[in-house]
Design a protein around this ligand. Structure first.
Ligand code: MEV
Length: 439
């Protein structure tokens, strides 16, 4: 037990941890602190995001250029540690660029919050009072909602839900919000907490509610990350004849196989999970680059994928009248103002790179990247398989890790063109092929 840990300075924290958990504490402190930023101001900003920070965990920040979305060409920032994802997305973007690119449509921007409470009274009594309750709740929260209302957002609706068939006395206020360009988590939670207080006050003060029903207990007030009505569609299409995707497969065969692959991801949850994981390879990378909340986006996406009771593909494919259609529906509750988006220096740069999009535009961009990633993955799977591309990147990573000189790297790449890459195979190759490396 380290007492008073949170009160220690950053260096003291690092030293305390290193002394306890690393064999060579001095080397550990040196290496971990080597990732501190030389610019103290920037470092302070980063440290402010979290607690007990001892360093920065760095991930690659890449870009996928040539993304034609709704008639505009974007260069998309992507933060991801997995090899091949940026290459695959860029490749798909290039492929669709000549075919009109990606087209997006916002299907809704509604966000959701809940006040969960226990009450002994019956639903009808409260339901009849809902117009008055709503008025009171809205009036009491006006000081929180006025700014958002000026921006065109605010509270859209408040519903009373009865769950007493599943849990005695359990009711819920389900509230719909429009939060414009902000993700709106703080706004929503503040409004909900105000609603909860006002609801309790209303029940206590309203004369026609009998004494025996005055006891209302708020369990919690919090936004829901499930936002099926904050939804975007991204779509690509082209004549089947233009699907010249791989050497050994003609466009008709390709379209047929592709449609079946997507269909399988609608039938089988095992495949659907991997299929959707590929989509989130692209989605999460942009979410991270723009400092949005990837846990919220993933949680929502997977719930949405299970909305009819079975986990299914988030993307769809149809071949009709010799036209190949491929599209995705993705719930994306994101923000482009406030939060970390404008605080994190690289997230700010990501936003500038994207032309400072509105939340609606960013939803379209992210859904397009998810669709592009899914297209690239399924295209590889039904043609060459994904290992070929992966192995190339895997080899590069191993060569870097072994600090192999550039000249020898080229020889290794040539050697492994038609061979399986593994750490031991690369070491064996280097032992015979090159001068001693720092292995
Ligand atoms: C790997 O990160 C993602 C894929 O498995 C996705 C898929 O199978 O569709 C290639």
């Amino acid at each position: 037990m380290i007492k008073g840990f949170s009160k220690l300075s950053k260096l003291q924290k690092l030293q305390a941890i290193a002394g306890q958990y690393f064999e060579d504490p001095e080397a550990a402190v040196k290496e971990i602190s080597s990732f501190w930023l030389p610019d103290e101001h920037k470092q302070q900003i980063l440290d402010g995001f979290s607690e007990n920070t001892i360093s920065n965990y760095i991930l690659p920040f890449g870009v996928a250029p040539n993304f034609l979305i709704d008639g505009r060409t974007y260069c998309i920032p992507m933060v991801i540690e997995e090899s091949s994802v940026v290459a695959a997305v860029s490749n798909a973007a290039k492929f669709w660029h000549d075919k009109g690119g990606f087209h997006t449509r916002i299907l809704g921007t509604v966000k959701v919050g809940q006040v969960h409470f226990m009450w002994q009274g019956n639903y009808e009594t409260l339901y009849k009072l809902m117009p008055e309750i709503k008025e009171r709740l809205i009036k009491d929260a006006a000081h929180i909602t006025c700014n958002m209302e000026q921006r065109g957002g605010g509270v859209l609706d408040i519903d009373l839900l009865d769950f007493t068939d599943q849990e005695a006395e359990y009711f819920q206020l389900r509230v719909k919000f429009e939060t414009c360009d902000s993700m709106g988590a703080n706004f929503i939670n503040s409004v909900l907490e105000s609603f909860a207080d006002s609801l309790v006050a209303f029940v206590l003060e309203y004369e026609d509610i009998p004494e025996s029903y005055k006891d209302i207990k708020i369990i919690m007030s919090i936004l829901s990350n499930y936002t099926p009505e904050c939804l975007v569609e991204a779509r690509v299409s082209c004549p089947v004849a233009e699907l010249n995707c791989a050497k050994d497969i003609d466009p008709q065969q390709f379209a047929w196989k592709f449609e079946k692959a997507v269909r399988i991801a609608h039938i089988d949850p095992y495949r659907a999970t991997t299929h959707n994981k590929g989509i989130f390879n692209g989605v999460d990378a942009v979410i991270l680059a723009t400092a949005n909340d990837f846990r919220a986006i993933e949680a929502c996406g997977h719930t949405f994928a299970s909305r009819d009771g079975q986990y299914r593909s988030l993307s769809y494919c149809k071949v009709e009248n010799d036209i190949f259609h491929f599209w995705i529906h993705l719930p994306l509750a994101i923000g482009t103002i406030g939060g970390l988006t404008s605080l994190h220096p690289l997230a700010r740069r990501s936003m500038q790179l994207l032309g400072n999009p509105t939340a609606r535009q960013l939803m379209g961009i992210i859904a397009s990247v998810g669709l592009a990633q899914n297209f690239a993955a399924v295209r590889s799977l039904i043609t060459t398989g994904i290992q070929k591309g992966h192995m190339k990147m895997h080899l590069t990573n191993i060569l870097h890790q072994l600090e192999v000189p550039a000249s020898l790297q080229d020889v290794a790449v040539e050697h492994f063109k038609d061979k399986t890459v593994s750490y031991s195979a690369v070491r064996a190759f280097l032992e015979t092929a090159g001068p001693s490396t720092s292995m």
